[in-house]
Write a protein that binds this ligand. Structure first.
Ligand code: IPE
Ligand code: IPE
Ligand code: MG
Length: 250
């Protein structure tokens, strides 16, 4: 990968033994990016796909084991139909051009979210991505599409109750057992959450999984989010002391 001088400098300052294993991103600010340029919101989403391409490549290059991208929330259906339709065309577009490279780079694609309500063409594209990369053992790239954390937890509880009823009798429910019913079963919790676009909220993303993640917010709009920003976030992450309730070791 061709890196610029500043990128190489920052990369040199990062501790490569402590790269966050799982990075989750709330890709926000596409609409405002476009509006500030007098463009339709769709132009921001289109540019946002370019950022996704670059980000996936760079995370893979950095050796990040799991990258989870919030692409469409259960609340985003409230947007005008035109915008929703445009957003729904993007996973297919992205995968169509990127799939060969993802396969080559040993990336495994995964969907987090409810399949029903997703248009058939999105499911087709995603399923093609899933099956083409199912055997891959490198970075896990999860797209949160039609994803809402409360929905995820509610479904998990529903499924768990169903299974417990089958077993009958009294069964204790551990945190790990409940987590195994979430879309993210098998994925470690995010070490680092990045939100672009300047909002300081979680917007119903990974409520369970973010319990002890380090949070990093930036006003930069997603289409402008660059390798330098990501390196900055990782450098910041490496300065933090993750105490998990214990007292400081410093
Ligand atoms: C993020 O950008 C993309 C999605 C939520 C699908 P937005 O479209 O939310 O952009 P802003 O927040 O309106 O600028
Ligand atoms: C969060 O962004 C969802 C995604 C990035 C897909 P939103 O733009 O929908 O968040 P809110 O509604 O402003 O909190
Ligand atoms: Mg937004």
């Amino acid at each position: 990968m061709e890196l610029e001088t500043r990128e190489k400098e920052l990369l040199g300052k990062i501790d490569h033994r402590r790269i966050p294993g799982h990075v989750a991103m709330i890709m926000d600010g596409n609409g405002r990016w476009a509006q500030e340029r007098g463009l339709p919101r769709s132009a921001g989403h289109r540019q946002g796909v370019e950022t996704v391409r670059e980000t996936v490549r760079f995370c893979n290059y950095l050796g990040i084991k799991a990258l989870t991208l919030f692409a469409f929330s259960t609340e985003n259906w409230r947007r005008p139909a035109r915008e929703v339709n445009y957003l729904m065309s993007l996973p297919g577009q992205y995968l169509q051009t990127e799939l060969p490279e993802l396969v080559k780079n040993n990336v495994r694609v995964q969907l987090l979210g409810e399949r029903n309500r997703l248009p058939a063409q999105v499911l087709r594209a995603i399923d093609e991505g899933l099956s083409a990369t199912a055997g891959n053992s490198g970075m896990t790239l999860s797209f949160a599409l039609n994803y809402g954390a409360r929905r995820e937890i509610t479904r998990a509880v529903e499924a768990l109750i169903g299974d417990l009823q089958l077993k009958g009798g009294k069964v204790s429910v551990s945190e790990d057992l409940l987590a195994s019913y979430l879309y993210t079963a098998g994925l470690p919790d995010p070490d680092l959450l990045i939100r672009t676009g300047g909002e300081y909220r979680i917007s119903n993303f990974l409520l369970w999984q973010l319990a002890y993640s380090e949070l990093w917010f930036t006003p930069v709009y997603w289409p402008d989010f660059s390798r330098l920003h990501l390196l900055g976030a990782i450098a910041d992450f490496q300065q933090r002391e993750r105490r998990y309730g214990r007292i400081s070791q410093k």
